[in-house]
Design a protein around this ligand. Structure first.
Ligand code: UDX
Length: 452
């Protein structure tokens, strides 16, 4: 659709400043643009997207005091907290200017849509008397579990009464050890953040990147607890055209390598997302486990993701010789295209919610190796609710890795998981079509925004 064509009102979208948060917000922007809205992306200087990759949108930068050393700390919780302090006043000025600029009836800003981790946006929207909508980029089960349990007092109570493998009452099949703690801070810091994320304040609605049938009971419980309209319009990546990578450079040579593989469903794709780090010993155990499994593999090793290494210098001696052409290692891949490739038959993932939705929507079963935050909840749903994957829970060693890869890619149980995954893929596709739950919910969201 043309940028100059006749458009409905303008929406200002405030994405979270990390890859796993930018993706869903930009996808939502594309979807709403295709429904006729003008879109302005208000982003931080920290991890800013490249406007030239998104010619349909306008971009404004929120000054985030990027000299602040906390923003280069690498600690996600600290960064989120600083951004919320640093960005509030600059965003208010920026939004006031935008309101002045777009002041005609056709062009006026009808609402702000903000990632829940950018909660300063809610206060600014209130100040300027603009409606706001929250985008939650994690799954509904993870948010429900997080909001009910992470407040410190509740966790402390649990910790007294339950062992880590015990199921948390009312949250079957989640266990105490699946609590969405963060690797980046104490329970107290996490509790403070969750207290902010739980507040819906004066926001008018909540959007989830999920599908009704996948998380029906969690969504029902959230609807009972919070009386705001809730729109589940996922998987966003399936409604929106594929995004160019936002923060990393995609290596497309791996697509040619995939084309060259002989049989369908034989390649295991390995990627731990944009944040997770491993140490050198884990890298070595993963490497030998993959090599010994004898399965072809495509492995994304993000520069900086191996602690104390720039990239893959720490790969064990002899490993490259042992795998020959059977393995392909890249710094970053076009993940959605990789998962859609016929040769890919499994995904070893850290179970970030975007990766989870992308894998489910392509019918690819998973090996789950969650690391932090919501990922343990997602892993548990993948393995125990949807039954489309297995969790690698033990300490990472080459024998367990080899066994997990063969269980998923070769054994009968893996075949069953692939069948389940293909069934889910078909059901998800139905939800995206006219009459399907996500399709209907998206139409309702558009109507809702137009009613402001
Ligand atoms: C984080 C959290 O870990 C996650 O749990 C939360 O739900 C969102 O924020 P991240 O760890 O990066 O995100 O994982 P994920 O949610 O899976 O997002 C990663 C995104 O990067 C996906 O959209 C994936 O397609 C993309 N990606 C990843 C690539 O395009 N190429 C790659 O090589 C790896």
């Amino acid at each position: 659709m043309e940028k100059q064509g006749k458009r409905s009102n303008r929406l200002v979208l405030v994405p979270g400043s990390f890859q796993g948060h930018l993706n869903p917000m930009l996808q939502l922007g594309s979807i709403l643009y295709s429904r006729g809205f003008s879109i302005t992306i208000a982003h931080t200087k920290f991890n800013s997207p490249n406007p030239s990759n998104h010619p349909d949108f306008d971009f404004v930068t929120i000054s985030d005091a990027s000299y602040d050393s906390d923003l280069s700390s690498g600690n996600i919780l600290t960064i989120i907290s600083r951004l919320n302090v640093n960005c509030k006043a600059p965003f208010q000025e920026c939004l006031a200017r935008l309101m002045e600029k777009h002041n005609s009836v056709e062009e006026k800003i009808s609402c702000i849509i903000y990632d829940e981790i950018m909660y300063f946006s809610a206060a600014v929207a209130d100040q300027l008397k603009l409606p706001s909508i929250i985008l939650r980029t994690a799954g509904a089960a993870a948010v429900l579990f997080r909001d009910a349990t992470v407040p410190q007092a509740v966790v402390t109570n649990f910790l007294k009464g339950l062992g880590s493998n015990d199921i948390v009452p009312e949250f079957y099949p989640l266990r105490l050890k699946d609590l969405p703690f963060s690797k980046f801070g104490s329970l107290e810091t996490m509790s403070k953040l969750v207290n902010e994320l739980r507040k819906t304040g004066n926001s008018s609605a909540i959007i989830y990147n999920t599908v009704e049938f996948l998380e029906q009971s969690s969504l029902a419980r959230i609807r009972q607890q919070c009386h705001l309209p809730l729109f589940s319009i996922g998987p966003l990546n399936k409604f929106a055209p594929a995004l160019s990578s936002i923060l990393f450079h995609e290596d497309i040579s791996c697509m040619r390598w995939l084309d060259k593989q002989t049989n369908d469903n034989t390649v295991i794709y390995v990627s731990l997302g944009s944040i997770t780090q491993i140490d050198e010993n884990e890298l070595a155990e993963m490497a030998w486990g993959l090599a010994n499994s004898k399965q072809p593999f495509l492995w994304v090793i993000r520069p900086g993701s191996v602690r104390c290494s720039e990239w893959i210098e720490a790969l064990p001696e002899g490993f490259k010789g042992a795998i020959g052409e059977r393995g392909c290692i890249v710094k970053w891949a076009a993940q959605e295209k990789v998962l859609a490739h016929a040769k890919v038959g499994g995904f070893w993932s850290h179970c970030g919610w975007n990766s989870t939705m992308e894998s489910l929507s392509e019918g690819v079963p998973m090996i789950c190796r969650p690391n932090s935050g919501d990922q343990r909840v997602n892993a548990r749903y993948i393995s125990h609710v949807w039954k489309v994957g297995l969790e690698l829970e033990s300490e990472l060693n080459r024998r367990e890795v080899e066994r997990a890869v063969r269980r998923l890619m070769v054994d009968k149980e893996g075949l069953e998981m692939r069948q389940n995954a293909m069934e889910l893929k078909e059901k998800i596709q139905l939800c995206l079509k006219e009459g399907g739950s996500s399709y209907t919910s998206l139409n309702e969201l558009v109507k809702f925004i137009k009613s402001f």
